[in-house]
Design a binder for this molecule. Sequence first.
Ligand SMILES: [Fe+2]
Length: 332
Amino acid sequence: MPAFGIHRISHVGLRVSDLEKARLFYVDILGFVEVEKNGDELYLKGVEEGQHHSLVLRKGSEPGLSYIAFRVNSPEDLDRARDYYRSMGLPVSRFSEKGVSDAIAVEDPYGFPLVFYYDMEYTGDLGLKYSQYRGAPPVRLAHVNISLPVRDLDEALRYYIKDLGFILTEYFLGEDGSKHAAWVTSYYKHDSHDVALGKTIGKDPGPGFHHVAYIVPEMRDMVRIADILASLGMWDSIERGPGRHGATRAFYFYIRDPDGIRIELYTGDYVILDPDKWKPIEWRFDQARYRSDFWGRPIPDRWKEIKPVESIVRGGMKPLEGYTSMMPTIRW
Ligand SMILES: [Fe+2]
């Protein structure tokens, strides 16, 4: 039994240096729905999301991940979450934001700032109001990709699977035969993943943030965003793709926001109809040519960079020098 019940990944907070520049990028170019601005915070969501928000941009001097938020299954699960993290001696504090009055913020065993809540205000989705769609548009939050400061990813997977109740969908083996990336999904969302887990490799392997991904309606929408970015002279925002992943089978397109934060536009992954029957897909090291890019194209070096994550104890970003193990080390 998991320690408490997680419904799904719900939203993500990012630190950005300039809220107006970020608004231009996320709302005017990509087509996020602007819900409201509250001082130094901007609340956004995709066109299919009825909840108040799924992306919070918070002004800060150093860009990176502010927090990852999950909806729990019941108010009692919020109490269980608080007890679970406290029992491990980890910092837990009360948390609230626009649309969410009762939540907790924790620093998890791998140093990640996580928010848990049960109830968020519902403001409705755009639904059939196609005349208001802009950009891609982003439809809904798909997943986050993070890098854990661990030698052994199996230990972190025990936390995600046994304690938090996620389902392992796929994993990559490194040259040494150990897992160096894994994808986990929540029982209720049960698509390819809510969280992708890599390892931080480097001199100072802290917790790192690789990207947040949003579903777009179809692959053509990735091309539209590439064309819009190029026509604005924002070639440096175009990082990788469009292409198809081997793992997750989805189409991908990685772009960078004005602070260099990586956003993935994503579509076409699978749904697990019977989670109890699922056998995790293993990708061996000798499949590295096509497991990340199914068409076998090399991955740009820049894609291995990760951003720091915020400390819920001190505020500010945790120091980080490292890169993600999601980057295959093979040469071709
Ligand atoms: Fe991704």
